[in-house]
Structures are given as C-alpha cells and as structure tokens.
Design a protein around this ligand. Structure first.
Ligand SMILES: [Fe+2]
Ligand SMILES: [Fe+2]
Length: 291
C-alpha cells in the first residue's frame, strides 16, 4: 500500500457515517418483495427523516389541498423510492456540501454531480441495460465520487500547480501517477467503512472501469459509469476532471451508436435525466448549501 493509500484510509474517519435508517432502507429496498408499509416503523424512529418526509409532502409544490400530519400517510403519498431518495439525500447533503478545492470546484458541486449521476444511472439501468437493478444503480451513483472529499485534500496539499488540461489525458491516471491510488478506490474504501452492501462497494470501485468489475456487479457499475458521464456532459461535473472522461469499452455491449441512438435514444434519455433532476431539486431538496 502506498503512503497516500494509508493516509487516505486514516482520513476516512473524518467523514460522518451514514445513518442506520438509511442503511436499513437500502437493505429493505434491495429486496424486491418489500411493502411500502414496511418503511413506516423505520421512518417513525428517525426524527429528521420523518420531518423531511412531512415537510416534503406538505410543501406547496407537492400540491396537496390539506396538510398531512401522519408519517404513514406521508410515506404512502411519497412512495418507497422517494423515501429512500430523501434518506440518501439527507445522509449525503451535509457531507457533500464542501468545496473540492483540489478539483477547483465549489460547495455543492459534488452534491449536484452525485444527484445528477444517480438519476442518470437509474434511468440508464431502466432503459438501456436489460435486467440491471435501477435502485442499486441510483444508490451506488450517489456515493461514487465520495472519495473526492479525501482526494481533494491530497490535490490541494500536494499539487500546487496542476498541469495544464491538455497534458492530462485521463484524470484517473493522473491521480494514480501522483498518489498511487485514485478517487474510485478511496470512494470504495469509504463505502466499506459505511457498511454499504457489497454490490454498492463494487459498483463504486469500478465506476470508471465497469468492464473490469466482477461479473455480478458489472451492470450496476456500467449504469453508474454512464450516469456519471451524462452528468459531466450536462455540465454537472466536479470541474478540474470534467474534460477527461474516458469511456469504458463495455458501453458498446449496450449502446449501438447508430442514427437512432444519436437522433432519438440519447437526446430522449438526456432530457428525461434533466427533467427528473429539476423535479427532485424543486420538490425534494429544500436545503440551502453551506459555504
Ligand atoms: Fe469518478
Ligand atoms: Fe463522478
């Protein structure tokens, strides 16, 4: 293990852990046979999540005529997926509201990038990759770049003058050449530290090289990879590494780049991702970014 890998590991503990409720929700929704009602006891014991569910359904944008005071009712109205999304967003919001100075990005860039990638990964898993697991792809994508929080410190401490963009052909290789480890590996270490399920850890670890992931995790990793790429294309990146995205050849197994792809499939997909992102931001995200 390189000195930087050791240093990265020692800094993981600085990040606040993921809440127990969120972990239980991830586990529950990872099985296909859950009932929405199964979520209620979990949410009722988590004051901040219960409050978030209630404020979300009672917000004017939700359009209800009377106010909702019961968690059970709020959960039924929101649906299981939206509740998990809220729990995940609540878990990462505070952690992600930090400028990645090493990547020259602003506070909130990592959150927006992760959310956009997550929505993209879920839609990619639904539309492009047969028998992929959309919810797993969403969750993995929300965590895929969390290692940049640690890595950003290395970059700002060690790299006073980053090389000109034209000299970097692939940012991941630049990280590896500088530090002997990259942000994907650090993100996976954090996912392990947070006790996230192995599928998510593997998808995070291989989000830049899904074709090299163990077979059982390849489709989820690919969905995250594409969601990540679409976020970059839409301008929701993390700055310094935006223009250095190398696509994995595995994409060609699922994407036939013909006229239909270029003229119809891709534009429709990008529009759907963008619309869902705007909906989430307007309906489910009421947190002001911290400075
Ligand atoms: Fe990444
Ligand atoms: Fe990313």
């Amino acid at each position: 293990m390189t000195d930087f890998a050791k240093l990265a590991r020692s800094r993981l503990h600085r990040l606040p852990p993921i809440s127990t409720t969120t972990l239980k929700l991830i586990e529950l929704l990872g099985n296909d046979d859950y009932q929405t009602g199964d979520l209620v006891p979990l949410i009722e014991t988590d004051v901040s999540l219960a409050a978030r569910c209630l404020t979300t359904v009672n917000a004017p944008v939700f359009g209800l005529k009377r106010s909702i005071a019961s968690v059970q009712h709020a959960v039924t109205l929101l649906g299981a997926r939206a509740v998990l999304d809220l729990a995940l967003q609540l878990s990462v919001r505070g952690t992600y509201n930090k400028a990645l100075t090493g990547y020259a990005s602003s506070p909130d860039d990592l959150y927006k990038h992760s959310l956009y990638s997550a929505i993209g990964a879920r839609l990619v898993a639904t539309r492009l990759i047969p028998s992929a697991k959309p919810q797993q792809a969403y969750t993995a994508a929300l965590f895929h770049d969390v290692g940049k929080l640690v890595f950003s410190e290395f970059l700002s401490e060690q790299v006073t003058e980053p090389p000109p963009p034209e000299q970097i052909t692939h940012f991941l290789r630049f990280e590896q050449s500088m530090f002997g480890i990259d942000h994907a590996a650090v993100s996976a270490e954090i996912a392990l530290e947070w006790h996230l399920p192995d599928t998510l850890v593997q998808a995070v670890a291989y989000h830049h090289h899904p074709g090299s992931a163990p077979a059982a995790h390849r489709k989820t990793a690919l969905a995250v990879h594409l969601g990540d790429m679409f976020a970059m294309m839409a301008g929701f990146g993390t700055q310094l590494d935006n223009m250095h995205y190398e696509t994995d050849p595995m994409i060609d197994e699922y994407v036939t780049r013909d006229r239909t792809w270029e003229m119809q499939v891709l534009p429709e997909l990008l529009l759907a991702i963008h619309e869902e992102y705007q909906t989430v931001i307007s309906k489910f995200d009421h947190e002001e970014p911290s400075q």
